[in-house]
Design a binder for this molecule. Structure first.
Ligand code: ADP
Ligand code: 5GP
Length: 187
């Protein structure tokens, strides 16, 4: 069996973080990658746990030194997947990346065995309800995220798999089954 690099994408608020957290709790062979970002930590977020919080100069310098598997800009902040961090983890573990669609497609270019999974919402209205319930963004920021939904969902046909996050546990099990299948494929 091979170790797989799994990419979870989908609109902000669809439940990627919630699914990813449950996946790593339930599967000790699965390790969550930690991205670098220039955005400010939210309440409760810890440097080196949710993200590596770095400033723009540090980000640009890492970018120039080929330090990212992919990187992009969202909502006026930079986000990137630290390359060596992920490759090191892949030696011993399956690795989960939780990144946006363009990032996922960029990863696939650089690492063709990556498995791309798009998390779909039961409806667009439900994403808004979830973002409001999460309570971490202002109304203005929620609206910005809502404007991007069609764009993200429009790229789902470029992904290897889609999973609907209606019932949370069903979605988690769907992703687990995909990982099991992919580990035994191409082994
Ligand atoms: P993302 O990481 O995609 O931005 P989150 O994981 O932060 O989304 O989830 C957004 C909100 O939706 C959170 O409050 C979370 O508890 C809730 N949520 C996630 N999955 C479900 C689900 N299947 N049903 C209802 N609420 C959900
Ligand atoms: P948030 O600020 O809500 O944590 O994340 C905003 C967006 O950035 C989400 O769509 C999230 O998936 C994306 N994101 C987080 N980390 C990365 C990364 O390393 N690379 C890319 N391309 N996107 C990321």
């Amino acid at each position: 069996m091979r170790n797989v690099l799994v990419v979870l994408s989908g609109p902000s608020g669809v439940g990627k973080g919630t699914i990813a957290k449950l996946l790593v709790e339930r599967n000790e062979s699965l390790s969550l990658s930690i991205s670098c970002t220039t955005r400010m930590p939210r309440d409760g977020e810890i440097d080196g746990r949710e993200y590596f919080f770095i400033n723009k100069n540090e980000f640009v310098s890492k970018m120039q030194n080929d330090g990212f598997l992919e990187h992009s800009e969202h909502f006026e902040n930079y986000y990137g997947t630290p390359k060596q961090f992920v490759l090191n983890k892949l030696v011993t573990n399956d690795v989960l990346l939780e990144i946006d669609v363009n990032g996922g497609l960029e990863v696939k270019k650089n690492y063709k065995d990556a498995v791309l999974i798009m998390i779909l919402p039961p409806s667009v209205e439900e994403v808004k309800r979830r973002l409001i319930k999460r309570g971490t963004e202002s109304e203005e920021k929620i609206n910005l995220r809502m404007q991007r939904i069609d764009y993200e969902l429009g790229k789902s046909n470029l992904y290897d798999y889609t999973v609907v996050n209606d019932d949370l546990l069903t979605a988690v099990k769907d992703v687990e089954n995909i990982i099991k299948l992919e580990k035994t494929n191409n082994s």
